[in-house]
Ligand binder design. Structure first.
Ligand code: MLT
Length: 261
């Protein structure tokens, strides 16, 4: 397939190795607004994955590995050799694919509410059904379903502004890209071995109430990594960087300060 150029924002923000934030599904780079506003003392790169936000969906579709290759091209275009790759959920699958394909470009890896294991048979079947339904009916049903899964009860009950923001972000995504990304996630392999081989530091962040990619899986990923660190964030579900930005930013800042370069 043809790799398409990804739309991305690069903020200058200081010296050192840049942090690249990779969004989840069905979202785009704007999900990182609570991180983009922080002075990390490093440049920050935020791409929209192919098909999401302002990036086009390639005609032949894009696997999770293709998405990782397109992130690498974006780094090339920006003259970035090595990066601290921070991926949320589907973005974590892309970051883990990058760790398998070009580990030498990763100065560190941050996995936010994601998993290294492949999908089981039930999840694969559900993804296929959802992809087919999107192409017939549009994305509304999935947006409703996802909202209830990615946000914790407290957010759903008490933070209407955030619920509306996340709904608008999800509703803005393109149906063909959403259907294609579901199939790409279905087909991704386990990255447990790649994670275990990775030499660079790995930070795993998880919302304590994440029922989508639960804390038990996050603990297992941190234990799998040679230099793994774990932070569990209370008062957050799956979308921890938006639900509990201060705690997530503080965990990330502590981790970044320990890195050289
Ligand atoms: C995400 O939050 O990026 C996705 O929901 C992940 C998934 O469906 O596995």
């Amino acid at each position: 397939m043809a790799l398409v150029p990804l739309e991305s924002r690069l903020s200058a923000g200081g010296a050192g190795i840049p942090v690249t934030f990779i969004h989840g599904f069905p979202l785009d780079g704007r999900m990182w607004a609570p991180q983009e506003s922080v002075a990390w003392g490093r440049p920050v790169l935020i791409p929209d994955l192919a098909g999401f936000g302002a990036s086009p969906w390639p005609e032949g579709g894009a696997s999770i590995e293709d998405q990782a290759r397109m992130v690498a091209s974006t780094l090339d275009e920006r003259g970035v050799e090595r990066t601290i790759l921070c991926g949320f959920s589907m973005g974590g699958y892309v970051a883990l694919a990058a760790a398998a394909l070009f580990p030498e470009r990763l100065a560190a890896l941050v996995l936010v509410d994601t998993r290294a294991a492949a999908d089981g048979a039930e999840t694969k079947a559900a993804r296929e059904q959802a992809a087919a339904r999107i192409l017939k009916e549009g994305t509304g049903f999935l947006v409703d379903d996802m909202l209830g899964k990615v946000l914790c009860r407290k957010t759903l009950e008490e933070n209407g502004a955030l619920v509306s923001r996340v709904r608008a972000l999800m509703a803005a995504q393109k149906p063909d890209a959403m259907a294609g990304a579901l199939l790409a996630m279905r087909d991704r392999p386990s990255r447990e071995e790649a994670l275990g081989r990775l030499a660079c530091p790995v930070l795993v962040i998880v919302g304590a109430e994440d029922s989508f990619t639960p804390p038990a899986e996050a603990r297992a990923m941190a234990a799998m990594a040679k230099d793994g660190h774990l932070v569990e964030v209370s008062g957050a579900g799956h979308l921890s960087n938006m639900e509990a930005p201060e705690a997530v930013n503080s965990a990330l800042m502590t981790f970044l300060k320990r890195l050289s370069g």
